[in-house]
Design a protein around this ligand. Structure first.
Ligand code: ACO
Length: 323
């Protein structure tokens, strides 16, 4: 018998303010047409003044708890993936813990930029497999609008804010790939690529900084590395691409999503796509897509799902799970 981390609830939160591509035409030498054609993005949500990563994360967490029919008291741990925490410390996860009224268990943040949610899922799965926790709230939440250089058209049109959450629960499986829950994972990073995607500020340099990206270089790495990590994770579960019902990819660029699906020999009919409505919400993009995909009726119990993401670091990875 094998302890598996099974998804029992999903939820998400998107800020009220929606910004269409055309709005950038007023201040930048760009166009709706360029943004759609190069990225697939049509609109994104931006957090209101006073809205923070932890407040959005809490809203998504409450929705996931409702969906699972649970309360904060039922949760043993919170793992929150973010690169845009409210404060340098304490972690955004402990702020969510307080906002949920949860007075036991433990909470911590994971920072792997756009790959953060994949890293957080791996951590949560290990906590459950080891017996440290029976129920883990896993959240991805970001306010990337706070680190945009609004004069840089090559980055500021691509990102958005939001939060998504899953509740993972320990259930016993037979130890085969027919089990529900997380079946396998694959994590990677290569710090030599720091300059391709980074924020040019931080605590020890005494500034907040702005996101800088060599988009075409990141693009080149993305398709190759994402297809490889997804395939490796599937192999670890004794599965291959033909077993996959849904790829739920990091939502950075529709061309990366299409390229990865093609390299894996899968049709776009097997891909949950939200990039047109959310833009790139970094660590929030996968849990947002999982929650929206379930709401749309795409993802159903028993479906085999591969999530994959790449981001600053470079850091990348994949998780295979049966819904
Ligand atoms: N509007 C109009 N023109 C633009 C814009 C814009 N918003 N932005 C850039 N351009 C111009 C460039 O200046 C360049 O002009 P030039 O040829 O005169 O120099 C031209 O468009 C082409 O630029 P490229 O960067 O080569 O365009 P590309 O087709 O690569 O698309 C994009 C750019 C969308 C950024 C793409 O490279 C991409 O999606 N990259 C990957 C992003 C990603 O996946 N990031 C990882 C996760 S993010 C994270 O971890 C935080």
């Amino acid at each position: 018998m094998t302890r598996r981390a099974v998804v029992v609830g999903t939820g998400h939160y998107l800020p009220e303010r929606v910004v269409e591509n055309a709005e950038f035409e007023k201040t930048l030498d760009t166009s709706d047409e360029w943004i759609r054609a190069r990225s697939g993005i049509e609109r994104r949500h931006f957090a209101a003044e006073g809205e923070t990563t932890s407040s959005m994360a809490t809203a998504a967490a409450k929705a996931a708890l409702d969906d699972a029919g649970l309360t904060a008291d039922d949760i043993d741990a919170i793992v929150l993936a973010t690169s845009t925490a409210d404060l340098t410390f304490p972690s955004a996860a402990t702020m969510v813990q307080a906002q949920l009224g949860m007075t036991r268990g433990f909470a911590f943040d994971v920072q792997a930029v756009c790959a953060g949610f994949v890293y957080a899922l791996c951590n949560a799965s290990a906590l459950i497999a080891s017996g440290q926790a029976d129920r883990v709230l896993v959240i991805g939440a970001e306010t990337f609008s706070r680190i945009m250089d609004w004069s840089d058209r090559s980055t500021c049109v691509l990102f958005g804010d939001g939060a998504g959450a899953l509740i993972l629960e320990a259930q016993t499986g037979a130890g085969t790939s027919d089990d529900r829950g997380i079946l396998s994972t694959d994590l990677n990073s290569d710090g030599r690529y720091k300059d391709l995607l980074y924020v040019d500020g931080g605590v020890s340099t005494q500034s907040t900084g702005h996101l800088r990206m060599q988009g075409n270089q990141v693009f080149r790495h993305a398709v190759e590395k994402l297809a490889k990590t997804a395939t490796t994770a599937l192999e670890r579960a004794g599965l291959d691409a033909k077993d996959v019902d849904w790829i739920v990819p990091h939502q950075a660029n529709i061309r990366i999503i299409q390229g990865t699906a093609k390299k894996m020999g899968l049709s776009m009919d097997n891909v949950v796509v939200t990039v047109q409505d959310h833009g790139n919400t970094s660590a929030a993009s996968i849990p947002l897509a999982l929650s929206v995909g379930k709401e749309r009726g795409q993802i159903k119990p028993g479906d085999l799902i591969v999530t994959e993401a790449i981001g600053g670091g470079l850091a990348w990875g994949a998780v295979v799970l049966r819904w």
